[in-house]
Design a protein around this ligand. Structure first.
Ligand code: AMP
Length: 216
C-alpha cells in the first residue's frame, strides 16, 4: 500500500505511522526523522535543515524533495510505503504525483488526522522523544516512560525537540494552515482522502486508521 499521513504538528502522525507501517509491513518514511538523523550525524543537509526547523518553518523544497525521492527509491519501498510529514505543500505533492506517475503507481489513501488546536499545544509541550530512535515518542503526562528520561523500548535518552517550544509550535501551526492544508484539497480531487479524529487513545486512533485502510 502507498499511504500519506497528514495532520498538524502534535496530531500523533509519527506514533501512528510507526504502528501502521509495522502492521502493514511497509517502511515508515518520515522526512522529519530523516532531517533529525542528518542533524545528529552532522551532515551538511542536516546543518541546512536545522536552521529552518528551529524557526518552525519548512525546509526548502530543493532539499526536501530530493531527500524524500532518494528514500522512496530504496528497495524496501518498492512494494509500498507510509509517508509521514511529506508532502507538506503543493509543490511537494506535485513532485510526489510525478514520482508515482513515472512508476505507474498511485496512492491508496491519504489519512488526514484531525485534532483541535488547544490539544496540539498541550500534546507538544509535554512530548519527549528518544535520541536513539525518534519514532519512540513519550509524553510527560499521557505516555510516561517506566523510568523518567529513559526510553522503554531501547534505553535511549529522552529529550524535548528544539522545535517543540511553544512559540515555535505556534509558528509550525500557522505554516501548517497556510502551506500544508491545501494539499488536502489537492488529494480530495484524486478521491483518496479520509479525515479521522486523532483524539482518544493511541490504539483507538490506530483502529480508526486500520478501518479506513480496510485492514480491520
Ligand atoms: P516533523 O517531525 O514531521 O514534525 O518535522 C519537523 C520539522 O522538519 C518541520 O517543522 C519542518 O521544519 C521540517 N520538515 C519535515 N518534513 C518536511 C517537509 N516535507 N518539507 C519541509 N520541511 C519539513
Amino acid at each position: 500500500m502507498r499511504i500519506v499521513l497528514v495532520g498538524p504538528p502534535g496530531a500523533g502522525k509519527g506514533t501512528q505511522a510507526a504502528l501502521l507501517a509495522q502492521t502493514l509491513s511497509i517502511p515508515h518514511i518520515s522526512t522529519g526523522d530523516l532531517f533529525r538523523a542528518n542533524i545528529s550525524q552532522g551532515t551538511e543537509l542536516g546543518r541546512r535543515a536545522k536552521e529552518f526547523m528551529d524557526a518552525g518553518q519548512l525546509v526548502p523544497d530543493e532539499v526536501t524533495v530530493g531527500m524524500a525521492q532518494d528514500r522512496m527509491a530504496q528497495p524496501d519501498a518498492a512494494q509500498g510505503f507510509l509517508l509521514d510529514g511529506f508532502p507538506r505543500n503543493i509543490t511537494q505533492a506535485e513532485a510526489l504525483d510525478g514520482v508515482l506517475r513515472d512508476n505507474g503507481q498511485k496512492l491508496d489513501a491519504v489519512l488526514d488526522l484531525e485534532v483541535p488546536e488547544e490539544e496540539v499545544v498541550k500534546r507538544i509541550a509535554g512530548r519527549r522523544i528518544c535520541r536513539k530512535d525518534s519514532s519512540h515518542v513519550y509524553h510527560v503526562e499521557y505516555a510516561r516512560p517506566k523510568a523518567e528520561g529513559v526510553c522503554d523500548q531501547c534505553g535511549g535518552e529522552l529529550y524535548q525537540r528544539d522545535d517543540d517550544r511553544e512559540e515555535t509550535v505556534r509558528k509550525r501551526l500557522s505554516v501548517y494552515h497556510s502551506e500544508t492544508e491545501p494539499i488536502i484539497d489537492h488529494y480530495k480531487a484524486q478521491g483518496v482522502v479520509t479525515t479521522i479524529s486523532a483524539l482518544g487513545s493511541v490504539p483507538e486512533v490506530t483502529e480508526r486508521a486500520m478501518h479506513v485502510l480496510g485492514q480491520d
